[in-house]
Design a protein around this ligand. Structure first.
Ligand code: ZN
Length: 107
């Protein structure tokens, strides 16, 4: 019986190591996700600071599929299908057309 107890003890130790490893790695991947969010916030901050940056196709881009509009520099504009893009030079035009401001870039 003493031998069996040793085996259980070893199994317990292996489990402890496995649990501590899985508890370390999720925090690492969580920390890695934060810089991505900061990078996006920086993009929006640049848009907010320099709204006079000339945009060849309008400062705001609305999505006729989702009903939302964005700063032209928003990452969602790049993900948008070209057929859904509606361009506006000012914010009021987009709102009057029934579009809702994006919650990420907050135009
Ligand atoms: Zn946006």
């Amino acid at each position: 019986m003493k031998r069996l107890q040793k085996v259980y003890l070893q199994l317990f130790l292996v489990l402890c190591v496995a649990v501590s490893l899985t508890s370390i790695f999720p925090t690492l991947s969580h920390q890695a996700a934060i810089p991505v969010q900061i990078a996006h916030l920086d993009d929006c901050a640049i848009d907010a600071i320099a709204p006079s940056t000339p945009q060849s196709e309008g400062a705001y881009v609305a999505n006729s599929n989702t009903g939302k509009f964005h700063y032209a520099g928003c990452r969602y504009v790049n993900m948008m299908s070209p057929s859904h893009k509606v361009f506006y030079d000012n914010r009021d035009e987009a709102i009057n057309a029934g579009f809702v401001p994006c919650k990420v870039c907050r135009p």
